[in-house]
Write a protein that binds this ligand. Structure first.
Ligand SMILES: C[S@@+](CC[C@H](N)C(=O)[O-])C[C@H]1O[C@@H](n2cnc3c(N)ncnc32)[C@H](O)[C@@H]1O
Length: 365
């Protein structure tokens, strides 16, 4: 039977998914979504209003609007993260890297008593939220956890705050100062100094203000030591790759600020691939804040090789690895690791090249 005979709304959703099983699943989720109490009013729609609403959402979906923006959430590991247009939708591959990192760190002896985690380019706040959840709830880690997420976008930061409030209030994550804290702050991580007071402040200024606030909240606390863990999923798509390979739905609905480094910023880094410009800055920040562990998301194996080579040039990392989409799974060839010919660096896991991991110090991660 053609799909529209079984359900007249199915062809609309099928236009976006292009696959019948996904279209059926999405239509079921949308139907459940309109049957729930409305987010703004708490009311349940009557049959007629629910049918009208469902049709309207299916029309939006047919135009390519991501389901996460329509329904307002996406799963990131075990966490349900609120999403809204203007802020990048969290991706499963990012969650897999963060989960793997926390598992590796928990098993290793690398984590100090007071863990300080910095997430640059935080978007919805999904990374520090998941990292806190994994360490505190999943691994019942004792000791102090202090996490900070940084973004240039005020819209992203207000969504990150909302996610923090919602997940704390419903008990999914337990943030209880002073033993654990999670804050979101605004800064331009590419700015090396504060040239113009009307601009977004540089990261170092924002971190200094953060430190002063922490000290005034608790003057007795020992605030020595750097940020042990530095994570970032920065904009990493070059303008030409964005035009050639990014899907129409992503181009049309997700913020370009989150995906492609700005031309003006790229012009400050001559000789570097325009998609790579955040990485030299991130590595420099890692050195400045004395990070012991870094995890940077990348687009593919080629970019991973370039970023790993930049890290090698710093001469401060004990181990540098490239992780694929599913870093904890055995690779496609049946083993658990494989050496990248280009860089002589281990490539772990299964799928596309997804992140570059490095650590320094005596213990083995
Ligand atoms: C690829 S998104 C990552 C969002 C989130 N961490 C995730 O994994 O879903 C990149 C983020 O970087 C932010 N961003 C772009 N340029 C920035 C800059 N110069 N300084 C700080 N954040 C920036 C964007 O607003 C966006 O939220």
């Amino acid at each position: 039977m053609p799909p529209h005979k079984s359900d007249p709304l199915l062809p609309l959703v099928l236009r976006a998914t292009r696959d019948l099983t996904s279209a059926k699943n999405e239509l079921r989720w949308l139907r459940d979504f309109v049957a729930e109490p409305q987010r703004n009013t708490g009311n349940i729609l009557d049959n007629w209003a629910a049918r009208r609403k469902l049709r309207q959402l299916c029309v939006e979906r047919a135009k390519g609007k991501p389901l996460q923006y329509i329904m307002g959430t996406e799963y990131f590991g075990d966490l349900e993260i609120a999403c809204k247009p203007g802020v990048l939708i969290p991706r499963q591959e990012t969650a897999a890297s963060v989960t793997h990192l926390m598992e590796r760190l928990q098993k290793s002896k690398l984590l100090p008593e007071h863990v300080k985690l910095l997430d640059l380019c935080t978007g919805t706040g999904c990374i520090p939220l998941l990292a806190s959840y994994e360490l505190v709830q999943k691994y019942s880690r004792k000791g102090r956890l202090e996490a900070v997420g940084v973004d240039i976008s005020s819209r992203a930061l207000s969504l990150a705050e909302r996610n923090l409030r919602r997940l704390s209030q419903d008990g999914t994550i337990q943030i209880e100062p002073p033993s654990s804290s999670l804050s979101f702050i605004r800064a331009d991580i590419l700015a090396e100094a504060d040239h113009n007071p009307s601009d977004c402040v540089s990261l170092m200024t924002a971190l200094q203000l953060y430190e002063e606030t922490q000290k005034s909240n608790d003057p007795t606390a020992d605030r020595k030591g750097g940020w042990n863990i530095l994570i970032s999923n920065p904009p990493y798509i070059s303008p030409s790759a964005f035009n050639r390979t990014t899907t129409r739905s992503v181009k049309r609905y997700e913020p370009k600020l989150a995906l492609v480094p700005k031309d003006a910023d790229a012009s400050q880094y001559p000789g570097i691939d325009p998609g790579d410009i955040f990485y030299p800055r991130l590595l420099e920040i890692a050195r400045q804040v004395d990070a012991r562990v870094v995890l940077f998301e990348v687009a593919d194996l080629e970019q991973a090789g370039r970023v790993a080579a930049m890290a090698q040039q710093q001469n401060i990392w004990t181990v540098i690895e490239v992780w694929r989409d599913n870093p904890s799974q055995a690779d496609d060839y049946g083993g658990s690791e494989q050496t990248s010919v280009a860089t002589g660096i281990k490539v772990l896991g299964r799928g596309n090249g997804r992140s570059v991991f490095a650590y320094r110090g005596g213990a083995k991660a």
